[in-house]
Design a protein around this ligand. Structure first.
Ligand code: ADP
Length: 135
């Protein structure tokens, strides 16, 4: 059904990443491309100046490894680690890379009262391609 699928993920154990990967496989055309994306939130400069010099580099390395480890569950997927505002970055990345479907979890488990988390809501509202929401 889709040829170029973006799977934005959080690197914690609270979000249903496996569900996103299953949906990605089920919705993919033969030969489809997958990109698993994580966006690290920018740290305000007044906080950054208080951190040990290599703290950001270390957290970037850690996130890169965790992202690759997670994406191994979606064979053939590319990974992309970025820094910025997650909701805005995901929408812009999709537009700039010809993504035809974004697969996103609705929110973390346990807050079912909310229909969508803040990042998921922004993506659903602003993406110009299809968005498949895992609930
Ligand atoms: P909640 O506030 O309940 O965590 P979110 O909207 O932040 O809800 O998260 C829902 C989904 O949005 C995540 O499971 C993931 O798919 C995507 N997402 C949220 N933040 C990021 C991020 N920083 N990088 C990539 N994807 C993200």
């Amino acid at each position: 059904m889709y040829k170029n699928i973006l799977v934005p993920i959080l690197l914690d154990d609270q979000h249903d990443t496996q569900g996103s990967y299953l949906a990605a496989r089920a919705l993919a055309d033969e030969g489809a491309e997958f990109t698993v994306l994580h966006v690290m939130e920018s740290i305000p400069s007044f906080v950054e100046t208080q951190l040990p010099k290599d703290a950001l580099e270390k957290s970037h390395d850690y996130a890169g490894k965790a992202l690759k480890q997670s994406a191994a569950a979606l064979p053939g997927a590319k990974t992309h680690l970025a820094t910025g505002h997650p909701g805005r970055f995901i929408v812009d990345y999709a537009k700039e890379h010809g993504i035809d479907c974004i697969i996103i979890a609705s929110h973390r488990p346990g807050i079912e009262d909310y229909f969508l988390g803040s990042t998921a809501a922004r993506v659903v509202r602003h993406a110009q391609c299809a968005v498949h929401v895992i609930r």
